[in-house]
Design a protein around this ligand. Sequence first.
Ligand code: ZN
Length: 423
Amino acid sequence: MARARWAYLDRVLNRTGPFTDPDWVPGEAPLESLLRAKILVIGAGGLGCEILKNLALSGFTDIHVIDMDTIDVSNLNRQFLFRQADVGKPKAEVAARFVEKRVRGVRITPHCCKIQDMDEDYYMKFSMVICGLDSIEARRWINATLVGMVDADDPDSLKPLVDGGTEGFKGQARVVLPTMTSCIECQLDMHAPRAAVPLCTLATIPRQPQHCIEWAQIIAWEEERKDDVLDTDDPEHVSWLYSKALERANEFNIPGVTYSMTQGVVKNIIPAIASTNAIIAASCCNEAFKICTSSNPFLGTPESTNYMMFSGDDSIYTYTFEHLKKDDCPVCGNLARPLEVNPEITLREFIESLAERPEAQLKKPTLRSEAKSLYYQSPPQLEEQTRPNLDKKLSELVSNGEEVAVSDPAFQIDFKFKLVFKS
Ligand SMILES: [Zn+2]
């Protein structure tokens, strides 16, 4: 490889800086580890395109990428490795070929599949994993897999996980050293489902333009057009909601209702923003580079900061802190997590609440107490056998303080909860 192109890298690799460890030796060794590293990138979308480009330009040469999606025309404004002619083709494949063509010497192996299709032997081949995903489920799955792979006697089994995520103008970059530092599951409450606005606010005192739009969608539609099924793809329906929302906003002197905001609220769209993706992907690749070359301290060293959050909502703000490992984390901890419950609710209501609780977010859980099967989603015979329990009160099924194991087919985790009755 002609080194001229990498002059900017050599400045970091060939000399020490104010933060380098006194034992670190610049020169050949860090360059060697960079060339030898095998990196897995999960996701080839908004973040993934940026990550692949950054890794290739940071001197990594052996990269795999997994993405199950194909290219949609709406991706083209920010997923800059794709062109009009690529619409319909697999993202991983097109992204890999584009970067290989532009950066001589890099090899990118694409996989158009789900991460769940690969086994531990596959994940074991990599030096580290970088996630640029928009799905919390997929992150929880890879996190649980990497934590489960750690063998205390084999240091190579510990694969650092660098995770980036964005939502509109907000984003975060974090590093997990599986079993050593706080994992994605420990941090699950950082991704609490968005709080719904109480109906009374919508009905009585709207404060934000969004409240007026939700009022039009939930209340005005129901009162005036309840025989029509609302279709958020129908422009006539959206226009109607927009004009209703605007009327209401004028009544309460709330500025800011627009047609495109109406569309966003009713379809529940959070815009993907190219600049946020670029900032978060840069931070992830910076961490990957530092982990690989030891040239500078990285996020996630035990007992240091491991979580960087970014907000570009108004001005630019970043904050880096240490998210602590939780002893009752269902993935990396060993204690059952206490969960306060009302003993008078039914098992069905309890199961529904598990989907919304920020620390659980389980949609199809199977539950067992120490003594018996409470509810099984499958197989059908067990489901039928345990179904009558759904209408029983929790107090009839478990005792106060009893441990309940909850599993969900979406994850390879058994969550242990200790049900504490609210008095
Ligand atoms: Zn954990």
